[in-house]
Design a protein around this ligand. Structure first.
Ligand SMILES: *[C@@H]1O[C@H](CO)[C@@H](O)[C@H](O)[C@H]1NC(C)=O
Ligand SMILES: *[C@@H]1O[C@H](CO)[C@@H](O)[C@H](O)[C@H]1NC(C)=O
Ligand SMILES: *[C@@H]1O[C@H](CO)[C@@H](O)[C@H](O)[C@H]1NC(C)=O
Length: 216
């Protein structure tokens, strides 16, 4: 009897009860969210690599990302609630109707912030400056896509200092000022077109495809 219990426990998928609660809470701050009508707290998030909730990414029964793209979503992106999801590695809300300031990714906190690999906010109407320390502590962040929004001001220092940055798309915003030198040795795609940058191209960007600076 005891033995068979143990076997069942070992074979069971990870307990995602807390993650379900957090995601339902996350949804509550969104509006026009009919694309997420199948989010249901009594259904597990993942079956193998397939998600049972629209817009989630799963690997081996574990939820690891939000891909909420092209869903007409608006409202608030509640980063505090996402900090309760230790397996979260990727956040995409591309091609929606979000507006207002850059979501406060510092609220992801140390564990989630330090493990996040992708942040995809392109094609919304986010606006205003991004605070200089917005990306502090995001030691695993490789892909940052902010294209086609209404951001202004300088590229945050903390973004330039990200150690693992590989892909950075900032095109079609109104960023200005001098381009910072980037710390990452892994940079492979950078698009800064259609902004208002001034001054020289820093050494860290000189080997990157020159066309990515066009349209300034
Ligand atoms: C959630 O799923 C359960 C089990 O499939 C179902 O009985 C229930 O009606 C669903 N709830 C909503 C709000 O859809
Ligand atoms: C899930 O994807 C991983 C990585 O691609 C693969 O190794 C694994 O076999 C897949 N699992 C299932 C149940 O398909
Ligand atoms: C709400 O989202 C749907 C897609 O789910 C979209 O077609 C529609 O335009 C959106 N409505 C508003 C008012 O934004």
């Amino acid at each position: 009897m005891l033995l068979s219990c143990a076997v069942v426990t070992l074979a069971a998928p990870p307990d995602d009860t807390e993650a379900r609660k957090s995601l339902i809470k996350f949804k509550e701050s969104l509006t026009n969210d009919s694309a997420l009508n199948d989010w249901n707290e009594s259904i597990s998030l993942c079956s193998g690599n397939d998600s049972n909730w629209n817009g989630l990414l799963c690997l081996n029964d574990v939820f690891y990302g939000l891909r909420l793209e092209g869903m007409g979503l608006k409202g608030m992106i509640n980063m505090e609630v996402l900090s309760e999801l230790p397996t979260l590695r990727s956040i995409s809300v591309m091609n929606n109707d979000f507006e207002g300031p850059m979501p406060d990714i510092k609220k992801l906190g140390g564990i989630v912030g330090g493990s996040l690999r992708g942040l995809f906010l392109s094609n919304n109407r986010f606006s205003g400056e991004i605070s200089d320390d917005a990306f502090v502590g995001m030691l695993s962040l490789r892909r940052v896509l902010l294209s086609h929004n209404e951001f202004i001001g300088k590229i945050p220092n903390s973004l330039a200092k990200l150690p693992k940055l590989a892909d950075l798309l900032l095109d079609d915003n109104q960023f200005d000022g001098q381009l910072p030198d980037f710390a990452s040795k892994d940079l492979r795609t950078v698009n800064l077109a259609n902004n208002r940058f001034q001054g020289p191209i820093p050494p860290s960007l000189q080997d990157i495809y020159a066309g990515s600076f066009s349209g300034e």
